[in-house]
Design a protein around this ligand. Structure first.
Ligand SMILES: Cc1ncc(COP(=O)(O)O)c(C=O)c1O
Length: 396
């Protein structure tokens, strides 16, 4: 099967090329932008028409190629290359997994953490970067949950104090889903390394927005579900692991694809030396197909341009909130944030979220505050509509 020709449908290609030149064309590829003022990418990314095209091309592959050649493992390998190229990792260091939770659990269960050892996380972590670690407590593993300061930040010093020679893992969001604070991953990873602890990054609120190779972030592992700014589907994400760490993690599940040989009679099982060891049976072919197409598209648009666009739009939102005197909780400096802007209306956040929804403006409540989150499919008019509505809703 000629994968490239199936995927490179001419109409799709020209739409992607137009989108790469012009943000209005990019926005037009997301039909929901015409129906809502959508500022909730941090919950679920909007899905572009390219995803529908990819799903149709997957069905064409299913209809046109019978047996071995239909949705084959060869496509999984080419998908791995596409995803590796866009997000910056050697393909053998990438496992194509379901979601952030699966990646966290692979490490939590596979690293052989012993009773008396500990894991360091913080109050700013999402449930799915909390429960996989807290589940280890039943085995006598301590989970240290760092507190935030008055700015919702976890000071580096708190990590330095909490990490000790019994620490096996430090797990932290690249960008925290509540206040939108971008962590200083190189510093946190360096603190972990000093005590031979593994640094794990929940990348879901940053990958696809920040123009940064995952293998150059400084962390040992970067995990990402697909349903936000990877423009993938829920159920198709990735796990990046530093090459020399892969051999230290025993896969919690193993099956056909986890080993070097498919011969089930071999006397000695040998795990795959690369990140494929974390994959087992037939994968989410459709989700991975979509994810790889979206990775190619993000690569064509350019992560550098996407980052710049999100930065420009979020700067504008923050400036507008300042004018309205609505307190911004997210740090101002771009290096300390990404697409999330958390704000304090001085009123109950749920009332604001509900009132905005009545005007078809979609934001979230997180940590009792209003969270707007932007992507490159937003535009200046979205920001203006939000600010106009915000003005009439703010407290005194
Ligand atoms: C920081 C963060 N981590 C993880 C998730 C989701 O986890 P999973 O990919 O396992 O569904 C979200 C939101 O959906 C999130 O905001």
């Amino acid at each position: 099967v000629n994968v490239t020709s199936v995927r490179a449908d001419a109409a799709v290609l020209s739409s992607v090329e137009a989108a790469a030149r012009d943000w209005n064309a990019f926005r037009a590829a997301f039909p929901t932008t015409g129906k809502f003022t959508y500022l909730d990418t941090a919950r679920k990314g909007l899905v572009p028409v390219w995803v529908e095209a990819a799903m149709s091309s997957w069905m064409a592959d299913v209809y046109d190629n019978a047996g071995f050649k239909a949705f084959s493992m060869e496509q999984i390998e080419s998908a791995r290359e596409d995803i590796a190229a866009t997000f910056g990792a050697p393909s053998e260091c990438l496992a194509l997994i379901k979601n952030t939770s699966e990646g966290m659990n692979i490490i939590a269960q596979g690293l052989g953490i012993q009773p008396g050892e500990n894991v360091v996380i913080s109050v700013n972590e999402h449930e799915n970067n909390t429960f996989p670690w807290r589940y280890l407590a039943r085995k006598g593993i301590e989970v240290r949950i760092l507190a935030a300061d008055e700015n919702a930040t976890i000071p580096l010093d708190a990590y330095a104090k909490a990490i000790d020679r019994k620490t096996r893992v430090v797990s932290v969001a690249w960008v925290a889903y509540g206040a939108g604070i971008r962590s200083d991953i190189p510093e946190i990873a360096a603190l972990a390394r000093r005590h031979s602890a593994v640094s794990v990054v929940d990348g879901i609120q940053a990958a696809g927005i920040i123009n940064q190779r995952v293998d150059d972030l400084g962390a040992d592992a970067v995990i990402c579900g697909g349903h936000k700014t990877l423009l993938s589907l829920a159920g198709a994400g990735f796990l990046y692991l530093r090459k020399d760490l892969i051999g230290d993690i025993a896969p919690p599940y193993a099956a056909k694809f986890s080993f070097t040989s498919l011969d089930r009679t071999v006397p000695n099982l040998e795990l795959a030396p690369d990140a494929r060891r974390f994959e087992y049976g037939n994968p989410n072919f459709l989700g991975i197909w979509v994810q790889s197409n979206s990775a190619r598209i993000i690569g064509t648009i350019g992560l550098d341009r996407i980052e710049q666009r999100v930065r420009t739009l979020s700067d504008r939102l923050i400036a507008g909130l300042d004018t309205l005197r609505i307190r911004v909780r997210t740090p101002r400096r771009w290096e300390q944030r990404a697409g999330i802007v958390s704000m304090d209306f001085g009123r109950r956040a749920s009332e604001i979220v509900d009132a905005l929804e009545k005007q078809r403006i979609i934001v979230s409540e997180r940590d009792k505050f209003v969270r707007a989150s932007l992507y490159a499919c937003n535009d200046e008019a979205d920001i203006e509509r939000f600010l106009n509505a915000a003005e009439s809703l703010k407290g005194n």
